[in-house]
Design a protein around this ligand. Structure first.
Ligand code: AR6
Length: 210
């Protein structure tokens, strides 16, 4: 009984952060999905790469995308003059089975956190915001997001998933009357188990089963 009392108090002291008051919407749930897959294999309108400011390729998902797309992708990327952190640029997909690649540059977590506590979240939201905007401009029907910054850039998976899901849910609420800018599928494409665990836990908070 003392333990139960303590739990009760903790619940009331806990920040409201993880108790969002989002109503379940069947239409939203039809659009959003979570998969664990190699993003380079997806036949979607656009995949979102976790790139760096140079846009000259790298390791992780960036390396996998460039490897499968072939050298023409790097040639186009070189012409873009890099990309700011928290933003994104779009290219063709070349040998990839998708139509477009949106290269987003996520924050290096430790560096941005030292600058200001809220900066990693702001920059991560900027990646998703710009990617969704570019998808709309390119008339994409489906978009698949890699878990930006949760690899070598060190963003804790759960913290990132919380920001991403809240942002996407708010975006969908705002865009519902505009038919989600033409998007019919928004896919969170996890690769590592740690990201799958975070999304599986947090998805129901923002996209509750109907
Ligand atoms: N398909 C889908 N997701 C993948 C794949 C794949 N084939 N491979 C890895 N991931 P990271 P970052 C996931 O390190 O943290 C690069 O060198 C992985 O599990 O690729 O944003 C860039 O050039 C993780 O969840 O990107 C930059 O320099 C997620 O992709 C730097 O890394 C992101 O991990 C960017 O770091």
């Amino acid at each position: 009984i003392p333990n139960l009392t303590l739990l009760y108090k903790l619940r009331h002291l806990a920040p409201s952060l993880e108790k969002p008051e989002y109503s379940a919407k069947a239409r939203f749930n039809d659009i959003v999905s979570l998969i664990q897959h190699d993003i380079t294999a997806l036949e979607v309108s656009a995949i979102v790469n976790a790139a760096n400011r140079s846009l000259r390729g790298g390791g992780g998902v960036d390396g996998a995308i460039h490897a499968r797309a072939g050298p023409e992708l790097l040639r186009e990327c070189r012409s873009l003059d890099g990309c700011e952190t928290g933003s994104a640029k779009v290219t063709g997909a070349y040998e990839l089975p998708c139509d477009k690649v949106i290269h987003a540059v996520g924050p290096i977590y430790a560096i941005e956190k030292r600058r200001a506590s809220e900066r990693p979240a702001e920059l991560l939201r900027g990646c998703y915001q710009t990617a969704l905007q570019l998808a709309a401009e390119n008339k994409c029907k489906s978009i698949a997001f890699a878990c930006i910054s949760t690899g070598v850039y060190g963003y804790p998976s759960r913290e990132a998933a919380l920001e991403v899901l809240k942002f996407v849910r708010d975006w969908m609420d705002a865009k519902e009357s505009d038919g989600f800018d033409g998007l019919e599928h928004i896919i969170f494409c996890c690769f590592d188990k740690k990201d799958v665990i975070a999304y599986e836990e947090l998805l129901p908070l923002y996209f509750a089963p109907v």
